[in-house]
Ligand binder design. Structure first.
Ligand code: FES
Length: 274
């Protein structure tokens, strides 16, 4: 077995070596997305099993793209519970380097904007690096079952509803926007879309990720249709305002809006938070 290693966000306190109950350790399992109830239950089952393995530790789960609680919400709850350290365990396969960069930047940004007392944070390394990965693959191979598809079976074509929603928000996931924290914006927007029932409220809003929308130096960028309004330097707080004022109130949020002028534009309030 490889020794347990953690990528430290900051020096983990010496308490890390103490039993979980003494050092008040929390373990946060994170996955990217869950749309239905069953993946949430699966995460809960994993958390329960880890709890049994590490009695005394607080074990929770969270999602980084879509699903509740989001990572930020789960961390916020732990801040109120007076824990000494939080170990974040990404259950993401494969884990792209950009995911780790995004995670580290987001944690630092959230910490810098939340004045509560923070525990030491650390990130467990990725699943693929585990020495148990190969035996696991072997075990999974043994579980394969033949798919029963009779030859000559006709596939029938399912129908689709054409959405009635009149609004659409595109969140840019191009390179510049990704580096500037587009995933955080996407997670927040999707969770708010669920909470505030945006699909069926007002004119109805659909959301989607897109490739580069054009004004990369204004990253992170999103665009609201049908007007086609560009928003730049978007933060979670900006998303909240865009929802309330633009999607539901039909008023462009000029603080974050950039209109076509035929000239290059710079961010009015350059954001260093990512
Ligand atoms: S990468 Fe987002 S606008 Fe170009």
């Amino acid at each position: 077995l490889l020794p347990p290693r953690f990528l430290e966000i900051e020096a983990v306190s010496k308490d890390n070596n103490l039993p979980d109950s003494v050092s008040r350790r929390a373990i946060l399992l994170i996955a990217k997305s869950a749309f239905a109830a069953s993946p949430h239950l699966e995460m809960q089952r994993l958390a329960d099993r880890l709890s049994a393995l590490r009695p005394g530790a607080i074990v929770r789960f969270a999602f980084t793209e879509q699903g509740t609680p989001s990572l930020r919400e789960a961390l916020s709850d732990l801040l109120d519970e007076d824990v000494d350290n939080v170990v974040i365990m990404p259950l993401v396969l494969p884990m792209e380097p950009s995911f780790h960069i995004w995670l580290t930047k987001s944690l630092k940004r959230w910490k810098s904007t939340d004045e509560r007392s923070w525990p030491a944070l650390s990130i467990a390394r990725d699943i693929a690096s585990s020495a148990l990965m190969v035996p696991l693959l072997g075990e999974l191979l043994e579980t394969s079952a033949e798919l029963d598809v009779p030859p000559g079976q006709k596939l029938f074509t399912e129908g689709s509803l054409v959405p009635a929603q009149k609004r659409r928000v595109l969140v840019c996931e191009g390179g510049a926007c990704n580096s500037a924290g587009a995933d955080t914006i996407w997670t927040h927007l999707r969770n708010q879309q669920e909470r505030r029932k945006l699909r069926v409220t007002g004119d109805g809003t659909m959301t989607a990720k897109s490739t580069c929308l054009g004004p990369c130096n204004l990253a992170p960028v999103l665009q609201v249709f049908p007007e086609g309004t560009y928003y730049g330097g978007v933060t979670e707080e900006a998303v909240d305002r865009i929802i309330t004022e633009h999607l539901l109130g039909d008023e462009v949020v000029e603080d974050f809006a950039y209109h076509p002028t035929g000239r290059k534009q710079r961010l009015r309030t350059p954001s260093k938070q990512y």
